[in-house]
Design a protein around this ligand. Structure first.
Ligand code: ASP
Ligand code: MG
Length: 428
């Protein structure tokens, strides 16, 4: 059995879905578990529909656009009216609309209830389409398989329950059905409430299923030829890494290499399942393999850029030192709100952290912190991580921009640089 994962870019139009089907056809003799993300940028749009984020007019507009986008793809793939696909889509969009018009409760809970529709809708369309062209498949609601706790927006997997549930996946294969279509990113609690695994979490979903099903291998189909040493959006002359040790892939994902979700590698490493990263544009090329290797091949510096960063400097109001007691309180707030710290540094008098900019969560964090701390913040920053750096490389990349924070180990340099529009604000 092979586990495939197709991300948003690989299913962002009717042609993209047809291309995906042509890749699946090449594996007609295999049992395939196919994990699919929301189409294109749907998740970003759905984030705007979470209760409390936008006003009603804006919501209506986003909903209309999302509906048009998906119905256009569905109509192009299966041209006929009033079929069960349209009925299913109508009911999914009806449920979504009801969800996003609700009064806000807890942001993280509301988020999962709304944002999960992206994957439910994409897999519904694709499953119907494949069946309509004779590629027999079953649609699986992954919320009944992958079980998490109620830590919304980043559910922790209950491995025992998930492992047990995954066995029913195997029973779905038969002489006629060799493809199972399911959703990435979303999951469910034991009680049946929808959760998600964190942004870009579909890779992790595929890895969870690969682990539980003892897959022969897992493949992530991407719009890049494999694991590149930098994001081609920022670099023109990238190098494809052919072999990556599991641990290196974990480090890179942790630092924000967007090619793999940070939690993806550990489960497959534990079962020694190889992870292939291949291009859906050139599906016959070899791509990259994450596996039990000793070092990356070829050896080259690796660059990771994270934009839209905020640097928070946190100082005790009572002029106490930043020691364990204060740190415990500060970390407690981050954990409570589910805010991930990308880099941190502390001195005697202040604690500085770099985090992704998320307006709602940062406002909540500031409210909590300001009870005991003064908080300064800088926005619109970039976090640059360089593995296997040299001073020359650092100088070139920083390009004389002011450095707001810097940290180096023997193998890794992390630098937060400012954009010209940076503002320094004292919120205390
Ligand atoms: N659709 C989700 C996201 O955009 C999950 C994924 O694509 O992996 O974050
Ligand atoms: Mg994705």
């Amino acid at each position: 059995m092979l586990v495939f994962k197709f991300g948003g870019a690989s299913v962002n139009s009717a042609d993209a879905v047809r291309n995906m089907a042509s890749i699946l056809r090449k594996y007609a003799s295999e049992k395939l578990v196919v994990v699919i993300s929301a189409m294109g940028k749907t998740t970003n749009a759905l984030e705007q529909l979470v209760p409390g984020v936008c006003d009603k007019d804006r919501k209506d507009e986003i909903l209309r656009n999302l509906k048009d986008y998906h119905f256009n793809i569905a109509n192009s793939l299966i041209p006929c009216n009033n079929d069960p696909l349209r009925a299913t889509l109508d009911s999914l969009f009806g449920e979504l609309e009801a969800r996003c018009l609700k009064t806000p409760t807890s942001y993280n809970f509301d988020y999962d209830q709304v944002v999960s529709f992206g994957e439910l809708i994409s897999t519904t369309i694709i499953s119907y389409f494949l069946n309509s062209i004779g590629m027999r498949n079953n649609w699986i609601d992954v919320r009944n398989i992958i079980k998490t706790d109620a830590n919304y927006r980043e559910g922790h997997v209950n491995w025992n329950l998930t492992q047990k549930n995954a066995q029913c996946i195997c029973n779905q294969f038969n002489d006629e059905v060799s493809i199972l279509i399911t959703q990435g990113f979303i999951a469910g609690t034991a009680e049946g409430t929808t959760t998600t695994l964190g942004r870009e979490g579909s890779d992790y979903s595929a890895s969870i299923l690969s682990y539980c099903l003892d897959a022969e291998s897992m493949t992530i189909w991407k719009d890049v030829p494999g694991f590149l040493n930098a994001d081609p959006k920022f670099f023109s002359n990238t190098v494809k890494i052919q072999q990556i040790p599991y641990n290196e892939a974990i480090e890179l994902a942790y630092y924000g290499a967007s090619v793999i979700h940070p939690k993806t590698v550990k489960p497959i490493q534990n079962k020694n399942v190889e992870l292939h990263i291949r291009s859906f544009i050139q599906p016959d090329e070899a791509g990259s393999v994450v596996g039990p290797y000793d070092c990356i091949v070829p050896e080259t510096p690796l660059y990771i850029f994270k934009n839209n960063q905020v640097l928070l400097s946190i100082l005790p109001k009572d002029f106490s030192f930043i020691a364990e007691d204060n740190l415990q309180v500060i970390f407690g707030y981050f954990a409570q709100l589910g805010i991930r710290i990308n880099v941190m540094q502390n001195s005697a008098l202040s604690f500085t952290v770099c985090v992704d900019d998320n307006k709602i969560l940062l406002e909540q964090l500031l409210k909590l912190l300001q009870q005991n701390f003064r908080v300064y913040y800088n926005k619109s920053l970039q976090l640059i991580t360089i593995r296997y750096y040299t001073q020359q490389i650092v100088d070139e990349i920083v390009a004389r921009r002011p450095i707001l924070m810097e940290q180096r180990s023997r193998s890794t340099a992390q630098i937060v640089v400012s954009d010209s529009c940076t503002c320094l604000s004292d919120l205390s």
